[in-house]
Write a protein that binds this ligand. Structure first.
Ligand code: PEP
Ligand code: MG
Length: 278
């Protein structure tokens, strides 16, 4: 957080809270989580901080949770699915989040959402634990192609969308993350992935659209994402200065022109070969 602020970050678009839950014998208490989230919020000093709720699953098991062995863990009980299957964990986390949100600009984001019922359940639990009258921004990650396709219908349930291009690329192109033998196929600038991002931007209505996957710090992608209508880029702390400097040089109309051409390409390589108009 200190590095990000020093680098000029306007906030934190993705705090991977699972790091608090991994490599230990039991789950962190609400008090322990509150302290960490509060420290983060204090470091960001009034800038918005988006806390993503626990995002673990079959591929990232927690020793203190009984989880079934899954043949395809990326298609199994991960993200919000796992959190809702263990409501005590999610409730304690949301309790900690709500305490900090009472005096800091905190947003909550649910991972791996595919269904309205998941948003309603997450929001319902947040309302249960938050003090009366406290309004907290709620968003979902768009990591599954069907979620992108349903953006317009999901928009009324959220304040913002954050596109997780790491998982969205994995699911859209059927290329498992971390599988070297198919890594060459996994370019998030594939026009098929860009079309999904376009759907989110066009369907979001009044909800904000961010990108928080690795694509947000790819210099070739930045003008295309802005041209499609993305208004927030969430990148690793070290990339903040470069990405901000790049954005400042861009003209929105030129980006929109570039994005339109990118959508009509047949390959990621062709997208990467495009140039901004003069
Ligand atoms: C993503 O899927 O793009 C994302 C940001 O989440 P993670 O990389 O933590 O799965
Ligand atoms: Mg993800």
């Amino acid at each position: 957080a200190e590095d990000a602020v020093r680098g000029g970050a306007d906030g934190a678009g993705l705090v991977r809270t699972e790091f608090l839950f991994l490599d230990r014998a039991d789950a962190p208490t609400a008090a322990e989580q509150e302290q960490v989230y509060r420290d983060l919020a204090n470091t960001f000093d009034g800038r918005p901080v988006v806390l993503r709720t626990l995002d673990v699953g079959g591929d990232k098991p927690l020793p203190y949770l009984a989880q079934p062995t899954e043949a395809n863990p990326f298609l199994g009980q991960r993200g919000i699915r796992l959190a809702l299957a263990h409501p005590h964990l999610l409730r304690e986390q949301l309790r900690a989040v709500a305490r900090v949100a009472a005096d800091h600009p905190i947003g909550v984001m649910f991972p791996m959402v595919t269904a309205v019922q998941e948003i309603e359940a997450g929001r319902g639990m947040l309302e249960e634990v938050a003090p009366e009258g406290l309004s907290i921004d709620v968003g979902i990650m768009v990591e599954v192609p069907a979620t992108a396709a349903k953006t317009a219908e999901l928009a009324e349930y959220v304040d913002f969308f954050s596109i997780g291009t790491n998982d969205l690329t994995q699911y859209a192109l059927a290329v498992e993350r971390g599988n070297d033998s198919v890594a060459a196929l996994a370019d998030a600038l594939d026009p098929g992935v860009l079309r999904l991002i376009d759907m989110v931007c066009r369907g979001a209505g009044g909800a904000r659209v961010a990108v928080c996957g690795e694509l947000a710090s790819d210099p070739v992608a930045v003008p295309i994402l802005l041209g499609l209508g993305v208004t927030e880029l969430s990148v690793a702390p070290a990339a903040v200065p470069l990405v901000k400097a790049a954005v400042r040089t861009l003209d929105h109309r030129a980006c929109a022109d570039l994005a339109g051409r990118a959508l009509r390409c047949a390959t990621a390589a062709a997208v990467r070969g495009l140039t901004l108009p003069d």
